[in-house]
Design a binder for this molecule. Structure first.
Ligand SMILES: *Cc1c(COP(=O)(O)O)cnc(C)c1O
Length: 365
């Protein structure tokens, strides 16, 4: 069986370095908010090209805390509308509603699965205060256009970079376009910890100060609390794991790009719709997502042929019980996407030979 993703193999490649880093943290006697976190934050900010990175407990918290900070700083208030793609992973929307803001679900482009300039413009109302573009599956959104609209309508931009570490457009990386960005280092993400972890990137000093306090009980100074904050810190152990793995992110992305070329150039079955990528820097191929009208039949065929697939995602957020009040929205593109998408094996340890085998199997379907 060709696995969809082999997490054990991914980390086994760096076993010695990870164990050394782990031992260093154990021996240090310091486990939260220490050197490992500082070093990782500075390395990750350098990687993204931003002034700051703030480590937090996970990707959802990263998004929640940015919106929360904007509320504390008077830039957002309850009831403000936030534009978000309707086909995103539900976490992007949870971050909005957790802050008592109103998600405005906008249809994505069927070819890129991301927000478009036109979609955003049509959704803007006098209550719109922010846009939350999601670089879904690893493809960066049209950020230069989005920033232009944001400037025109005075909107805040929060990038959801959970799937797009290192994706780039116009020479600038994901996480360095918006006013702030949230990253996830969930183990299966392109940069994955060995547990939960996340980070926020920004170039804004005031926002940075607020975030550093909010993630640590709202404390800006030991035993002094400016905000009613939360505990959402990135552990020393995970920061140490991430510093090791960040060194290999670009070479892993290169491998993902090679795999995607094998798929894109090889798959010629008319029953399968391939993803579009107009510029190789723009996509880091967190997932290789194709569409098939009869997804169930296709996935069963692949399993019989020894290929494991997954669906990202089977149910759109507005059809989830959690968002019952959104269920009647008319979102035909989003619903088509959720009905037809299927993700092929993709990851730094999948071999090009296996990808070629998968191509042959798909072309015989
Ligand atoms: C994974 C993911 C998140 C949430 O990250 P966690 O670290 O799992 O909390 C948010 N948005 C998107 C698009 C994701 O894929």
């Amino acid at each position: 069986m060709i696995k969809f993703l082999d997490l054990k193999a991914i980390n086994a490649a760096y076993e010695n370095e990870l164990k050394e880093a782990c031992a260093r943290v154990i021996d240090s006697g310091w486990y939260i908010m220490g050197n490992e976190l500082e070093q990782f934050e500075s390395k990750f900010a350098d990687y993204c090209g931003t002034k700051y990175a703030v480590g937090v407990a996970n990707g959802l918290d990263a998004l929640i805390l940015v919106l929360r900070a904007w509320k504390e700083l008077g830039k957002l208030s309850e009831g403000d509308e936030v534009i978000v793609p309707a086909n995103t992973y539900i976490a992007s929307i949870l971050a909005i509603t957790e802050n008592k803001l109103v998600p405005v679900l906008v249809e994505p482009d069927i070819e890129t699965y991301n927000l478009t300039k036109e979609g955003i413009e049509a959704a803007i109302t006098p209550r719109t205060k922010a846009v939350l573009p999601v670089h879904l599956y690893g493809l960066i959104s049209p950020m230069s256009e989005i920033m232009q609209i944001a400037k025109e309508y005075n909107l805040l931009v929060l990038e959801d970079c959970a799937q797009a570490h290192g994706a780039m457009t116009g020479g600038k990386k994901a996480g360095n376009w918006g006013d702030a960005a949230g990253f996830s280092f969930y183990p299966g993400k392109n940069l994955g910890a060995l547990g939960d972890a996340g980070a926020i990137t920004t170039n804004d000093d005031t926002l940075y100060q607020a975030l550093v306090a909010l993630r640590n009980y709202g404390s800006h100074k030991k035993y002094e609390n400016k905000y009613q904050g939360v505990n959402s810190r990135l552990d020393e152990i995970q920061a140490a794991m991430l510093s090791v793995k960040l060194n290999y992110l670009d070479s892993e992305t290169e491998h993902r790009r090679k795999l995607s070329s094998v798929y894109l150039e090889g798959i010629s079955n008319p029953k399968i719709t391939l993803p579009k990528c107009f510029n190789s820097d723009a996509h880091v191929w967190h997932l290789f997502v194709v569409r098939c009208k009869n997804r169930l039949d296709f996935s069963e065929y692949l399993v019989k042929q020894g290929v494991q697939t997954l669906v990202h995602y089977p149910t759109p957020p507005h059809k989830q019980e959690a968002y019952e009040s959104y269920t009647d929205l008319n979102l035909p593109i989003t619903e088509t996407i959720h009905r037809e998408v299927i993700s092929l094996p993709m990851g730094p340890t999948l071999s090009l030979e296996d990808a070629k085998k998968i191509v042959e199997i798909i072309n015989c379907y």
